[in-house]
Design a protein around this ligand. Structure first.
Ligand SMILES: [Zn+2]
Ligand SMILES: [Zn+2]
Length: 297
């Protein structure tokens, strides 16, 4: 099956730009809760899909290189290369969900990984733009295994393109503010309502709904949380207030929080603080502050 060139270009366009730009327009008309487009963190979240910190790419390639050397000819390698469209899609969806659920579960349960995943959970307003807010290490953890599996099973490129097109939509859809019908859950498809509970501040929803685009892993491992809206009102508070919205600091803060747990770093921060206080109290600094133009800086 060879896709026409125009269709291929359209799919590539939607993967790279189309979903990023079109879903925010739909969210203006068909929303769960009214919220401004230009919310806090808007610029960072718009930059995220296109930021130049391509380190995750090198992590993924390095991982793939390590796991599967080029001359390796292993069991099931190339298994999907001659399989039908439907069969390949089902296998990719099942494997994709297993990988996503596992990486996601451990990124919540292991404190070291949580500091990186916390960046994704920092957005206090959920919409499709908040989808891409990921620390580069966290993104690599979620993406590397499935890319390696795809490279190993080698499905036909046009099927991978359609899979990525659908996945690109679903990733943004489940984070969006779109008021989609809950009936999707009956077909095991996730929705904004389902994933909102994962980002909610409500204590009873913590560590639930780890699934990506289909909810069967949460149902199998009993981590699904989807109360009837007539019994429990949908969540309205998300993320972590006070966490920065700055895209650069997002990449640095996890290291700061992890290092803070070490005695050496805490002692170093204390020393820097003391030195800063001494400079502030020094007579030259005090005299400088008497100058009006310095105070106004
Ligand atoms: Zn999470
Ligand atoms: Zn999320």
């Amino acid at each position: 099956m060879q896709l026409p060139e125009l269709l291929q270009t359209t799919l590539y366009f939607f993967i790279a730009y189309g979903w990023v730009l079109s879903l925010p327009i739909l969210e203006r008309f068909w929303y769960i809760q009214k919220q401004p487009l230009l919310r806090q963190g808007f610029v960072s979240d718009l930059l995220y899909p296109y930021h130049p910190f391509g380190i995750e790419f090198f992590i993924i390639v390095g991982f793939a290189w390590y796991v599967f050397p080029a001359e390796h000819n292993g069991y099931l390698q190339g298994y999907l290369s001659d399989k039908s469209f439907i069969y390949t899609m089902i296998i990719l969806i099942i494997l994709g969900e297993i990988v996503f659920y596992t990486a996601h579960y451990f990124s919540h349960k292991i404190p070291f990984l949580w500091e990186f995943h916390r960046v994704h959970h920092s957005s206090t307003m959920l919409d499709s733009l908040s989808t891409s807010r990921f620390h580069i290490f966290d993104r690599a953890l979620f993406t590397a295994p499935i890319l390696v599996i795809i490279a190993y099973l080698t499905p036909r490129p046009e099927i991978v393109l359609i899979y990525e097109f659908a996945r690109g939509f679903m990733d943004r859809f489940i984070h969006s503010n779109l008021n989609a019908p809950r009936i999707l859950h009956k077909f095991l498809i996730s929705s904004p309502h389902f994933h909102r509970w994962h980002h909610a501040q409500d204590r009873e929803a913590w560590d639930t709904n780890f699934s990506g685009n289909f909810i069967f892993m949460d149902l199998i491992f009993k981590t699904a949380y989807d109360p009837d809206p007539s019994i429990k009102a949908p969540p309205t508070l998300f993320g972590e207030e006070g966490y920065t919205n700055n895209i650069i600091l997002h990449q640095l803060l996890p290291f700061h929080f992890l290092l803070k747990k070490t005695l050496f770093y805490t002692a170093l921060c204390q020393k820097i603080n003391i030195a800063y206080q001494q400079i502030r109290e020094h007579k030259w600094h005090q005299q400088l502050l008497r100058l009006k133009w310095v105070r106004e800086l």
